[in-house]
Design a protein. Structure first.
Ligand code: 3HC
Length: 278
């Protein structure tokens, strides 16, 4: 299969990697050459890590050769599948999905890795929306087994089944969600992160003890504050805003502390400071 991944950020590069690892030919596109360069070296080091552990047997150079980096989206016009993984801004996705619609074959699958924007809303930017579906990966993509497949009102059952098989062939374990804000994952995760921030704000416990509670008491690999830093506090805030706006329910209301950190550009690991310093 030939797959075009649009956006070479954290998620896009991981998605490109897992498709290439599974033997697919991948076109990785981004408007920024630096993002493409960083993606290539990041994918290589991730593959080296997996290879050292014996999780991949194939030669790394052969996997890397399956990935072509380009700034030209049109280079992927003969793709069987497109996966959009650009920033979570409706306007950006609108323009991009319009461009993909123009170049994609009529029978190509158009997927979005959105974590919070409505699939129904995004489908209105795609011509022939019956080829459009949500395919939500988790960070770090090469490690996390889960992919959420999100079905919009206009997504046919046949496309859900086909996407399910494609995801299984990547060695991932998919779940299927209807198109409701936050799908399954972020609907459940965001109230937990929010509650952890409120426990901190109310002075009930230190950040270390909050995280330790969830790690040692519930066997989570990361505590909620550490996880928010890992996801990115800006992304966490964006997702909470969408949930709060769409459901109008205070259990999704972004806490002031989260907003303050984002306003101060303390975005978590990527800026070396969030709830913690890195
Ligand atoms: N590529 C390849 N391998 C990687 C990797 C990568 N990018 N990142 C980590 N690994 C491997 C390591 O080699 C290591 O393997 P080993 O245990 O067999 O030696 C293993 O993963 C663990 O990595 P580390 O030892 O470096 O560090 P940790 O033990 O702390 O694990 C972690 C890191 C896998 C990120 C773990 O902490 C974890 O699972 N955290 C939770 C992640 C999570 O919840 N992600 C979902 C976020 S929500 C999301 O993405 C959705 C969005 O919509 C918000």
């Amino acid at each position: 299969m030939k797959v075009t991944v649009i956006g070479a950020g954290t998620m896009g590069r991981g998605i490109a990697q897992v498709f290439a690892q599974a033997g697919n030919s991948v076109m990785l596109t981004d408007i920024y050459p630096k993002a493409l360069e960083d993606a290539a070296s990041n994918i290589r080091s991730s593959l080296e890590r997996l290879s050292r552990k014996g999780e991949i047997k194939e030669n790394i150079d052969i996997i890397m050769q399956r990935i072509t980096s380009t700034q030209e989206l049109s280079a992927g016009s003969d793709s069987d599948m497109f996966v959009e993984a650009v920033i979570e801004k409706v306007e950006t996705k609108e323009s991009l999905l319009g461009q993909i619609s123009q170049i994609a074959r009529r029978d190509a699958i158009i997927g979005t890795n959105t974590s919070s924007i409505s699939i129904n809303q995004l489908s209105s930017f795609v011509t022939y929306p019956e080829r459009f579906i949500g395919i939500h990966f988790f960070n770090p993509v090469p490690v996390m087994k889960l992919v959420e497949i999100v079905k919009g009102e206009r997504t046919p059952e046949s496309l859900v089944r086909k996407t399910f098989e494609i995801v299984k062939a990547l060695g991932k374990d998919p779940v299927i969600s209807q198109d409701f804000p936050g799908f399954i994952s972020n609907r459940v995760l965001m109230p937990m992160i929010r509650e952890a921030i409120l426990v901190l704000e109310e002075g009930i416990a230190t950040k270390n003890d909050i995280d330790k509670t969830m790690k040692l008491g519930m066997n989570h690999p990361m505590g909620p504050l550490e996880l928010a830093d890992f996801i990115g506090l800006d992304v966490t805030l964006d997702i909470m805003e969408v949930l709060y706006h769409e459901y109008g329910d205070p259990r999704f209301k972004p806490p002031v502390t989260l907003r303050n950190l984002v306003n101060a550009r303390k975005l978590g690991r990527k800026t070396n400071e969030g709830f913690y310093k890195y």
